[in-house]
Design a protein around this ligand. Sequence first.
Ligand code: GLC
Length: 451
Amino acid sequence: MTLMKKLIIISLFLLSQINCAFAQNLSDDERMEWWREARFGMFIHWGLYAEPAGIYKGDTVRGNAEWIMDKLDIPIAEYEQFAAKFNPVKFNADEWVSIAKNAGMKYMVITSKHHDGFCLWDSEVTDYDIMDASPFKRDILKELSIACKKEGIKLCFYHSITDWHHPDAQAPLFPNYNAGQRDQSVSNPNFPKYYENYFKPQVKELLTQYGEVGVMWFDGEWIPDYTTEMGKEMYQLILDTQPNIIVNNRVDKGRNGMKGMNKEGNYVGDFGTPEKEVPETGLSTDWESCLTMNNTWGFKATDHNWKSTEVLLHNLIDIVSKGGNLLLNVGPTAEGLIPSPSVERLKEMGDWVKVNGESIYGAGLSPFKKPDWGRFTSKQGVLYAHIFDWPEDGKLLLEGNIKVKKANLLSGSGKKLKMDTVEEGTIIYLPKKAPDAIATVVKLALLENVK
Ligand code: GLC
């Protein structure tokens, strides 16, 4: 090697060390910054279960369609046949990303692998993936990573710890793949082998082949064979690989049921994960509610129980008013399309967010009591009043000691509003008709700073 070459190699090495050092210096708050600003993301449950779409041999699965293999006791060899069929020719990464972006979402969490074990990328440790087992032969995660990068959306991965297909994980437990969720004595002593030789390398692949990953979002940690030691090691391994990343609390064993926040104890993970529910009040730690738009996560042909745009927007506002994020799910079809009821609702949510995003992005918990007519969010000395129930007499009462300097409509005209101080608090005089029937926002500059 020439001296020049040696020098180049040494300086490249030193540069990489500097980079690493910088990245590792991020404090936890700095790591969480983009996520706290973002407040709204898209969850995507997509995999082989989209093929049966909730129905197998005449039986319809109860509840979540992505559980069909377990719920309807489909043997592995039979379930595998969905892979040979899975050919989502209408999948268009740019389109999915633009649906998310137009909804006002800032990140996207896709199921790289769900409990059924099928992988949406070209994994080196298995053939049970989109490139080797399906006719589609396109790396879905790669295409999404390119589309997300172009549009400034953070790509994130949901990854299941439970694996009903792998022989060292839950596969031998058939017909009760998921017994461990109910009965902690049902286990596979080979699980450490799966953890070392399969799970770990897969997570490494996800973190090294698709650029910067926003969040690693784990699930299926309830099985008895997965231990808190594994979770802690996994968390460290992830941060060593991508120092800026955020990891949900299901990487460890602390989650307290569907409420999603950790029990008392020493657990790793950066945020809590309430599932299909929103906490009653604000919480002092970071959290994200994941919600469905109908009842299921994975696509289910018979589930038409769609929430209205009003309910979904109220959910978003409610969550932000309590300091959390909303991860709102879509379950694309086997052809690769996000169902049109989801697309319509997301478009309508986006129309609202375009006008009122100031009250959502980077906003959070206010120190004031939840008002009867809606919700408050707050950000840097400004309080945002979201009015769900428009007062018939046009008078909005801000109860208590809220000292308002100036009130403006955010939605509609941006008009300045008159105010009065009364015994119960402050009255804001509103127009007769709500500019936005779902939620009109009044921006309240305060005399005394709120966080
Ligand atoms: C539940 C469901 C699972 C889904 C997850 C999302 O655990 O069982 O299928 O992926 O919620 O949080």
